[in-house]
Design a protein around this ligand. Structure first.
Ligand code: AKG
Ligand code: FE2
Length: 276
């Protein structure tokens, strides 16, 4: 949406007057929400009218007391037993490419442990129910938190890297894609305007960040695309893409591109603002 084309002069004037009366942008947002405007729409309109940086109303939007991840800093980030190369950094979405997050052997071991347990991957619908979904054609499985020594070690590594306790993580998900399979563009955070929102966030609150780890290198295709910013991360065995989206950053829209040749294996870790 281009907000400038849809803001009525009355609304523009009301926002300016409310802000000049001493209400901070977050209070203006709450007032707009109370009058029935959508969250994303309100954010876009307020940042436009008040000439604020687009991220202003995202930064502090997490629930009070909710944790935020610390973005790994280039060139090298230490995580427990490993030194990880931060090969690319982006501000919006907050994103890092992490080389060497896993060893090749760890990748192989995760694939071998997951393979016998694969089932068609599901998505969560608007009402909070799990469902088979044409947008997500891969097969997958979840490990329970700390289920195996390797899983626990990886969870500890991610926790140290991002400054988020292991308890804030959902169980590690493994996904397997064959040629033609993909995950179409989506957000990993839950939309507060969807009816199932309170159900999916009752435990752990909102998701705040994702780590997608590549367990193999597909022969062709299968990268992770961020269409809002025109970025595609190459799926390379042992490396990962980390991205954060506190407050529902719409620039974090992303997709698992279709595998063209070979196969693709990933492990995904989703982090919550509170213990999960
Ligand atoms: O397959 C990918 O590259 C992305 C996976 C993804 O977006 C997810 O698991 O939430
Ligand atoms: Fe995703």
């Amino acid at each position: 949406m281009n907000p400038s084309s849809t803001i009525s002069p009355e609304l523009r004037e009301w926002i300016l007057a409310t802000a000049h009366a001493g209400h901070d942008p977050r209070a203006v947002l709450e007032l707009m929400r109370a009058h029935g405007y959508g969250l994303h729409q309100s954010r876009a309109i307020i940042t436009e009218v008040l000439k604020l940086p687009a991220a202003t109303l995202l930064a502090d939007a997490a629930a009070p007391g909710g944790l935020r991840a610390k973005h790994p800093e280039a060139p090298l980030a230490r995580a427990g037993d490993r030194e990880i190369r931060v090969a690319l950094s982006m501000d919006r979405p907050a994103l890092r490419v992490l080389e060497g997050l896993l060893t090749g052997e760890e990748c192989d071991e995760l694939i071998a442990l997951a393979e016998p347990r694969l089932a068609r991957a599901l998505t969560v619908d608007a009402a909070g129910k799990q469902q088979v979904d044409q947008r997500r054609t891969s097969a997958g499985m979840f490990f329970k938190l700390g289920e195996l020594p390797l899983v626990a070690q990886l969870e500890q590594r991610i926790a140290e890297l991002l400054g988020i306790p292991v308890t804030h993580g959902e169980g590690l998900q493994i996904l397997h894609y064959l040629p033609g399979q993909e995950y179409t563009p989506h957000y990993d955070w839950f939309d507060p305007e969807q009816p199932g929102y309170s159900a999916v966030t009752a435990l752990g609150g909102q998701r705040i960040a994702s780590v997608v780890m590549y367990l193999n290198t597909p022969e062709a295709g299968g990268g992770t695309a961020f269409p809002e910013v025109g970025l595609t991360i190459t799926a390379l065995r042992g490396s990962a893409v980390y991205f954060a989206y506190e407050g529902g950053d719409t620039s974090s829209l992303h997709a698992g591109l279709p595998v063209l040749r070979g196969e693709k294996w990933i492990a995904t870790k989703w982090l919550r603002e509170r213990p999960y």
